[in-house]
Design a protein. Structure first.
Length: 265
């Protein structure tokens, strides 16, 4: 079963949807190409983007697969995703979550999840995926992070500023007793693991840094309420104190954890 979301969590996801595309660091296109090559993805194959949000992974893999389905439980996320992909003919969107994964969902060479797996009942989701991933197929979990580099010297202070408006919400993967994704995969059918990563230097604008804060569920517009204006003011002040020529520099690591079945399984 999926982990049920409280009504306030659903409202937060709904309110972050318009800010997600610009606010969140994008996955490096080179990483998607490497994952596609690693799993042998071709034009005759199908991809499922589970918990797709506004659909960055779905749109990226549509150029490398025959059919891509983006699935998300939040209609507003799917509305944003559909608006960004009107001219992509092999991409469809479906309302649903991990509970809706089953024989009727189709058969897929690759199932991808970007910043969504931690919201699911992970062990149950992997069991369900074992029934829809074709032999030789794979599951891939995507994330981005900031390595400890001089370019990222401002990131910790920015995160602290944002968390000051976040009502003390801890990310699920930082809570005591949290079991890492790798451990769940090793106990699943997809226990043959590989990691692929791409590291890039990028720039971020003032508006994008504001939207990054608003794209987080812990500092979403719904949660902030009347504090939204104060957060935006503080983020803009933070940016202007540190930016050179109107941009901040950051180093982003885009990573994919690929799980496959054992050879012959």
């Amino acid at each position: 079963m999926a982990i049920p979301l409280a009504d306030d969590e659903r409202r937060r996801f709904r309110s972050v949807a318009p800010h997600y595309v610009i606010g969140r660091p994008a996955y490096a296109p080179r990483l998607l190409e490497r994952v596609a090559a690693a799993v042998g993805l071709g034009r005759g194959d199908a991809v499922l983007d589970l918990g797709c949000g506004p659909g960055q992974l779905a749109r990226g893999f549509a150029a490398m697969a025959g059919q891509v389905v983006g699935m998300d439980p939040e209609p507003e996320m799917l509305r944003v995703a559909a608006a960004l992909s009107e001219e992509v003919p092999n991409l469809t969107w479906a309302t649903g979550g991990s509970d809706d994964v089953g024989p009727g969902a189709g058969r897929f060479r690759l199932v991808v999840m970007g910043r969504s797996f931690h919201w699911m009942d992970r062990a149950d989701t992997l069991r369900r995926l074992d029934g829809i991933v074709v032999p030789g197929g794979a599951v891939a979990l995507f994330q981005t992070s900031h390595p400890e580099t001089p370019d990222n010297g401002w990131v910790a202070d920015y995160s602290a500023l944002r968390r000051g408006y976040g009502s003390g919400d801890a990310d699920r993967h930082r809570r005591p007793g949290w079991v890492r994704h790798e451990a769940l995969l090793l106990d699943s059918a997809f226990r043959r693991l590989d990691v692929h990563a791409v590291i890039e230097r990028r720039t971020v604008t003032e508006d994008a840094l504001v939207l990054r804060a608003l794209s987080m569920s812990s500092s979403s517009p719904d949660r902030l309420g009347e504090q939204r204006a104060a957060l935006e003011r503080d983020v803009r002040s933070f940016f202007r104190d540190r930016a050179a020529a109107g941009v901040l520099t950051e180093v982003i690591e885009s990573q994919a954890l690929i799980g496959r079945r054992e050879e012959g399984a």
